[in-house]
Design a protein around this ligand. Structure first.
Ligand code: FAD
Length: 494
């Protein structure tokens, strides 16, 4: 196989994830050059992740404790959604499985049937990760029985990946890209020209320039699908604060009358941000609201970010692949952006051209990436659409907005039958949809008849055993912050 010159434009999370993965997996079969500009910097957010990142790290042979030490990471078991169904209400979307799994009918059918027979315990009580999160506990369990992800410092994560990538032979150039040179005959990107005059030629160009989308849009004019009518938030402000309590193993997503606010506890500090719709809330009011709802001293200047939710029409166009924010952005609500970067990188490695880029590979890549994005988009819209909130123009807009047919079908199917189907290796599986749909207030009108097969005693035994198993396991877990300190080999007060 011919050595391919892979040029990565941008050194944020997307750029360094790509450099680290390609340098490690492809070895001498790829020559990786990354250009980043210290004066431009990175977006500076992106700290909450989902479980597949563990697979990515394992694939790269990353030692978990070392990674957590380097990125000041904590474990994450899910997200607490406060005030999404109604102001004052709260529910969890956790990782893992609730109850038990049956190929014909998910656990929600048994739980719903149990409710009709007087078993009134909450659905939450049957999920290990959810109860552990709520009680602030964590430990690794045998056979990966505890599903988790990380909350990490994105700047430190970038540095960690950079060290790995450079050790594996990736070459870094600091400088500002002044021009993207196109090949006159083919229309492909031929080279990047830096302000310093340096010219970087390549075979494949990965656009990791963030919202600027310098290659995929400014040079190649690929086009963008605007999804603001489904996901209306378009601004955010982020600040970091000192920790005032032991870190909990979950992210908070607290709804307010024009969007929501995140709180992400790390080992050394807490990440906070307000996400809002600028039509209903201006910058100053958003900043006041954010600063009025953080715990602990503010450590950083507010980082103001504007965005348009949507996706590049093609993630791979000509010899350029968009990774990260250059490919589009939906919402940080379910921590899916870093995951989409990871999916795209692994997909690209699978489809790495041996010679010329095959249009079939490109079509396949775009189709798979687009499917991922549409599925995630539906899941995100669900949180806004299915709400009982009518207390502000923002929530009234969300409750009455048009939604994609695919999502309408999913919501109505669940409302009528309690069923959820996972198609095309969808990221969010049945448990995620059920937790969020129940949490947002949908009560299925019926459920699978198979649950009625269980006699009353068997039903009582099933539910009490599952619930007891969760409670017993959680009782035996250590507090999360103490476990992190011990696992990472740092003194709890350090
Ligand atoms: P950036 O971080 O913006 O990096 C762009 C890079 O390109 C920089 O190195 C910059 O210097 C370089 N560059 C740009 N122009 C030039 C030029 N002309 N010359 C040279 N270099 C250049 N994701 C999650 O998974 N979880 C979250 O909790 C989460 N929260 C988020 C909250 C908000 C408000 C936002 C906006 C995003 C969030 N994300 C989250 C998304 C996440 O931040 C990004 O997916 C991730 O940081 C990747 O960003 P990036 O590398 O694409 O872009």
């Amino acid at each position: 196989m011919k050595a391919r010159r892979i040029v990565i434009a941008g050194g944020g999370t997307a750029g360094w994830m790509a450099a680290a993965a390609i340098a490690r997996v492809m070895g001498r079969a790829a020559e990786v050059t990354l250009v980043e500009s210290d004066t431009i910097g990175t977006v500076g957010v992106g700290e909450s992740t989902i479980p597949p990142l563990i697979t990515f790290n394992r694939l790269l042979g990353i030692n978990e404790a070392e990674f957590m030490r380097a990125t000041q990471a904590t474990f994450k078991l899910g997200i607490a959604f406060d005030g999404w169904k109604q102001a004052g209400d709260s529910y969890f979307h956790s990782f893992g499985l609730t109850g038990t799994d049956h190929w014909a009918a998910g656990f929600q059918h048994y739980w719903l049937d149990g409710q009709t027979r007087g078993h009134g315990q909450p659905y939450d009580d049957y999920c290990l990760e959810l109860i552990a999160a709520r009680e602030g506990k964590f430990a690794h369990l045998p056979d990966d029985r505890m599903n988790y992800a990380y909350q990490l410092d994105s700047a430190l994560y970038g540095r960690f990946l950079r060290r790995m990538a450079e050790a594996d032979g990736a070459h870094r150039i600091e400088g500002k890209i002044a021009q993207v040179e196109l090949d006159g005959a083919s229309g492909d990107i031929a080279a990047l020209r830096l302000e310093s005059g340096t010219r970087i030629e390549g075979d494949l160009f990965l656009d990791c320039t963030g919202f600027r989308a310098l290659l995929i849009e400014q040079a190649l004019h690929t086009g963008f699908d605007d999804w603001t009518h489904y996901l209306p938030c378009d601004a955010a402000i982020a600040v970091q604060t000192e920790s005032v309590a032991p870190a909990v193993p979950f992210t908070r997503a607290m709804a307010h009358d024009a969007g929501w606010q995140w709180r992400i506890p790390l080992q050394h500090r807490v990440g906070n941000g307000i996400v809002y719709c600028s039509r209903y809330l201006d910058h100053d009011a958003a900043l006041d609201r954010l600063l009025g709802n953080v715990e602990g001293r503010v450590l950083t200047q507010p980082n103001r970010i504007r965005f348009v939710t949507g996706a590049r029409r093609k993630q791979w166009h000509r010899n350029c692949i968009a990774l990260g924010l250059s490919g589009g952005f939906m919402e940080p609500l379910e921590s899916t952006s870093i995951h989409l970067i990871q999916r795209a990188i692994l997909r690209l490695i699978r489809m790495m051209p041996a010679g010329d880029v095959s249009p079939r590979d490109v079509a396949e890549f775009n189709d798979q990436q687009h499917t991922d994005m549409l599925q995630i988009r539906d899941f995100l819209i669900l949180h806004y659409k299915v709400t009982e909130r009518r207390d502000s123009p923002f929530w009234r807009q969300c409750a009455t907005m048009e939604i994609p047919d695919s999502l309408a079908q999913k919501i109505e199917l669940f409302r009528e039958t309690g069923r959820v189907f996972r198609k095309n290796e969808e990221l969010f599986a049945e448990n995620s949809w059920v937790q969020v749909m129940l949490g947002q207030g949908i009560v299925p009108r019926s459920h699978h008849p198979i649950a009625a097969k269980l006699g009353d005693d068997d039903m009582a035994r099933l539910l009490s055993t599952l619930r007891r198993n969760v409670a017993t396991t959680v009782r035996g877990l250590p507090p999360h912050a103490a476990y992190v300190a011990q696992y990472c080999g740092v003194a709890p007060d350090a």
